[in-house]
Write a protein that binds this ligand. Structure first.
Ligand code: ATP
Length: 516
């Protein structure tokens, strides 16, 4: 629940506007309720977006549950999965600390009626004609261009090096700071209210009556569904410490400022592992998971230069992580954070906080009994690699987006074949002379094993352009030579290089490329 430290600007080549536009144009991500003007913080995944998201989901599940990594002892670690309900007994969220503490500090603007997350605001020091200091607030994402424009509008000379500070710091340094600051969209000083805590959990009512007793919450994280099932899993399966329980699913947070496309939304998906171990081994496992998770993202194509590891500062640690080894984040350089980075995944040491809380609140014993020594009983410690599935999709989209003025589409998505929604397209050169029939034959063979497109219409250049824009790594073209010798042209997306291979070798060709 802590904001990642990030600066803002746009990289020269990747502009979020272009990425969002491509996502809509090609059917990756649409605003939810688009025909009604959308709803802030909610997104729908289109035909290609759902494939991309499912691919990431399935690769995570495979890497965690069906084919877990090799542990430090040379054997695969033990991990099982669960799929818990989104709505749980509300007592669970009291125990976990979410009812009391899952909140963000918010300030309202009396002039504009807009609401801001206080920890995402910064303020610039400026001097008025009398020589007194006053302050102008900006969103932490505001870049030099936005700052300059705003100063111009307010009639203040642009001050490139004027000191800028986070609100938290301003309170400490400037007496009566709120009376001297102009809100991010306001025109006058002193219109921001003192911060109030705002709980991020969505509430609903279960059953026919809507009263205090029937109040329930949509889960703000998938993790608690794992802790709630810890005992059931122990009792029903043969796992022994150390082991993990994994879950992928929806989470809901009534974020004050949903923004940056699907980076921060109000409904999103998480991929979380709770790794249960003895407290003496927590440091070893945190290091292990950190390395393993970093490798996962790199294997999917995120480049070294766009990934960064960051340990949380002590003031941003969550309540449970303070007592332990802290949290280490894997961060990605999104176009809207560049040259800074934004959180993609956190690897937290949750200590024994959650299980101890559930033991206290439910009265159920959460102790682990060592099968080799029943006198050895303890509440295990937890290392939690928690990643955003939808935020991961955004990182993959941003990484893949490659402007290229030398091709008709002007851009292509450089997805790793493992991640690409379509692995290949089969394109008959002409819609006659037996080409479509041959293409269909190849398509019928490949579709059993791979998601592939058969595209017969339009000229070949337009069809290549479409496949480039949706990130299809290979196009197989059927032409007159195919009629004579049963070979096809393979066009590789990134290099646009072409080679001829036998039609009977196409499936094997794809199989090999998927493994790389
Ligand atoms: P942030 O500081 O960005 O609010 P967090 O530290 O609160 O994130 P966690 O509670 O650790 O996040 O959740 C684990 C992961 O879930 C995050 O690393 C992120 O990828 C994803 N996530 C969290 N909140 C959102 C959101 N509102 N929209 C999309 N993904 C999210």
């Amino acid at each position: 629940m802590q904001p990642a430290k990030a600066e803002t600007s746009q990289t020269a080549t990747k502009d979020m506007k272009d990425i969002v536009a491509l996502c809509k144009r090609r059917g990756f991500v649409f605003p939810a309720s688009d025909i009604y003007g959308g709803i802030n913080g909610f997104w729908d995944y289109g035909p290609l977006g759902v494939e991309l998201k499912n691919n990431l989901r399935d690769l995570w599940w495979r890497r965690m549950v069906t084919c877990p990594p090799i542990g430090p002892d040379g054997h695969p670690v033990q991990i099982v999965g669960v799929d818990s309900a989104i709505i749980q007994n509300p007592k669970a969220w009291v125990a976990s600390g979410h009812v009391g503490g899952f909140s963000d500090p918010m300030v309202d603007c009396r002039e504009t009626k807009l609401r801001y997350r206080e920890d995402k605001l910064k303020a610039m020091t400026v001097v008025d004609k009398k020589g007194d200091n006053f302050y102008i607030a900006f969103d932490e994402d505001a870049d030099q261009e936005i700052i300059q424009k705003r100063l111009k509008k307010l009639g203040i000379a642009y001050e490139a090096n004027a000191p800028m500070g986070a609100f938290e710091k301003m309170y400490k340094d400037v007496p009566n700071f709120l009376e001297k600051v102009i809100g991010p969209d306001a025109s006058k000083v002193g219109t921001l209210t003192p911060p109030k805590q705002f709980n991020l959990m969505f509430q609903t009512y279960v059953g026919a009556t809507a009263d205090e007793d029937s109040k329930a919450y949509l889960r703000p994280e998938t993790a608690q569904g794992i802790f709630l099932n810890y005992k059931n899993v122990l009792d029903s399966s043969r796992v022994k410490i150390p082991f993990g329980i994994a879950q992928i699913g929806k989470a809901f947070r009534n974020e004050v400022n949903p923004r940056n496309f699907i980076f921060r939304s109000r409904e999103f998906e998480q991929m979380e592992l709770e790794w249960f171990c003895h407290k003496d081994d927590a440091a070893k496992w945190q290091k292990f998971w950190f390395e393993e998770r970093k490798k996962f993202w790199k294997d999917l194509g995120l480049s070294d230069e766009n990934l960064q590891m960051r340990n949380h500062d002590s003031d941003e640690l969550s309540h449970y992580a303070k007592a332990g080894l802290g949290t280490a984040d894997i961060e990605y350089k999104f176009p809207f954070t560049a040259p800074g980075f934004g959180e993609l995944e956190g690897i937290a040491h949750r200590c024994d906080f959650d299980l101890t809380q559930h033991q206290q609140h439910s009265g159920e014993k959460m102790e682990y009994i060592d099968p080799d020594d029943p006198k050895n009983r303890y509440i295990p410690h937890v290392i939690e690699p928690a990643a955003g599935l939808t935020r991961g999709v955004l990182a993959l989209l941003c990484e893949a987006f490659t402007p290229d003025p030398n091709r008709p589409s002007g851009v292509y998505l450089n997805f790793h074949p493992k991640i690409a929604p379509k692995k290949a397209a089969i394109l008959p050169l002409m819609a006659k002379d037996g080409h479509p029939e041959k293409a269909e034959k190849l398509y019928m063979e490949l579709r059993e094993e791979f998601p592939v497109d058969l595209d017969i219409k339009q000229n070949i250049g337009k069809r290549y352009a479409r496949q480039d824009e949706i990130g299809t790594p290979f196009c197989f073209t059927i032409d007159n030579d195919t009629m004579n010798d049963d070979t096809v042209t393979v066009r590789e997306r990134n290099t646009m290089a072409q080679e001829r291979i036998s039609m009977s070798k196409v499936a094997e060709y794809l199989r090999t490329k998927m493994k790389v």
